[in-house]
Ligand binder design. Structure first.
Ligand SMILES: Cc1cc2nc3c(=O)[nH]c(=O)nc-3n(C[C@H](O)[C@H](O)[C@H](O)COP(=O)(O)OP(=O)(O)OC[C@H]3O[C@@H](n4cnc5c(N)ncnc54)[C@H](O)[C@@H]3O)c2cc1C
Length: 330
């Protein structure tokens, strides 16, 4: 157990905060022991810190799961089931899978973070979500210290959401992925189709490489310009909200989303409200991408939180849409 640890290196926005207690358990048994030893401490689970930042010190226990490893659990001629430790780097797992010829997670190439966080917001990109390939999630209950396994159906996966995100109650120690040995590229996503245009039958490796090229062009590198990726979720609109918004923004992008709802683009709303590339003090919206809030040099998370609130209020005033953060603010 470590005391008074600076969390700035552990969040991609590089905001400063001290954790009174900090641990990196490498086994389920060690994690269980720690939780049982500190039953009344406030607890915060930390992965690689690419989707959160701190606005104040944390007077409690930060748990950063450190279980590693990729283990083949089952294999047949069609596919393979892999148990992956929470602390494995997500893109390392994707690269490993692609180089072994296993299909399923290649569209999620280059998403920064840990495997343990992948079910939390059901990470997604290019028409694919992690939850589509997860068969079970192994956890430890943060309140009791007891190990609990969730089947995929129990995880409550939906758009950037899950039971783990809703309850914040389970420390994920490993995730089981089922990947396929057969691969045929299905055209789903315009950007990706364009990038693969010259290739008649793209292979897994070619799809991964194309996604890496697109993401490197589009997204600011958090190591060079601290950020946490897309800051807001894309809003889901009722038919009435959609019609009202079309009066104000006739070019509004809209996609069907579940039963009679429509997903629109948070980036489009932010850009239309004039915030793209806008900067206030040491915080701003990226010039490359309207959904990305960037830190130009503050250590204070409160400055980021204040700026984000200003953007939310500006968009709400103009368009009546409440933007919901995808990033966690502690
Ligand atoms: C440049 C950039 C691009 C991005 N692109 C995408 C994208 O295309 N699609 C997408 O979905 N996301 C994207 N993200 C967001 C981010 O990569 C994901 O949310 C990722 O899963 C974060 O992993 P992490 O380990 O850093 O989690 P953290 O930021 O450390 O934690 C995120 C949340 O998960 C919880 N958590 C973390 N680990 C565990 C665990 N083991 N058990 C239980 N709870 C845990 C934390 O408490 C926190 O609430 C992007 C981020 C960046 C910076």
């Amino acid at each position: 157990m470590l005391h008074n640890i600076e969390l700035q290196p552990y969040n991609s926005f590089r905001t400063k905060a001290i954790a009174r207690l900090y641990c990196e358990p490498t086994t389920v048994k060690e994690l269980t022991g720690i939780i049982k030893k500190f039953p009344t401490e406030r607890k915060l689970i930390l992965g690689a810190g690419y989707n959160l930042f701190f606005t104040e010190d944390f007077d409690g226990l930060v748990i950063r799961p450190a279980m590693k490893g990729i283990e083949r659990i089952r294999e047949d001629e069609l596919g393979v089931e892999l148990e992956v430790g929470a602390a494995e780097e997500w893109d390392h797992f994707v690269g490993w899978s692609v180089s072994n010829g296993y299909a399923g997670v290649e569209n999620l190439s280059l998403i920064p973070g840990s495997v343990g966080a992948s079910p939390v917001q059901n990470i997604g990109a290019y028409g694919k979500e992690a939850g589509e390939c997860i068969t079970r999630v192994q956890t430890v209950d943060i309140q009791t210290g007891e190990p609990i396994i969730f089947t995929a159906g129990e995880c409550g996966f939906s758009y950037r959401d899950s039971l783990f995100k809703q309850t914040k109650r389970y420390v994920i120690t490993s995730v089981r992925y089922r990947l396929e040995k057969q691969f045929a590229y299905r055209e789903k996503y315009a950007d990706l189709n364009r990038e693969l245009n010259a290739i008649p039958r793209p292979t897994l490796v070619q799809v991964r490489e194309a996604i890496i090229r697109i993401r490197n062009r589009k997204l600011p590198d958090p190591e060079l310009l601290p950020n946490a990726g897309s800051f807001f979720k894309n809003p889901i609109l009722t038919p009435q909200e959609k019609d009202a918004l079309l009066q104000l923004l006739p070019e509004l992008p809209l996609y069907p989303s579940g039963d009679n709802h429509f997903k629109t683009s948070a980036a489009y709303l932010i850009e239309s409200a004039g915030y793209k590339g806008k900067r206030k003090g040491m915080v701003g919206i990226s010039e490359k991408h309207a959904l990305i809030v960037v830190n130009y040099g503050t250590g204070k998370g409160s400055e980021i939180a204040d700026f984000v609130q200003e953007v939310q209020q500006g968009v709400f005033r103009l368009y009546g849409v409440r933007l919901e953060p995808e990033v966690w603010i502690f």
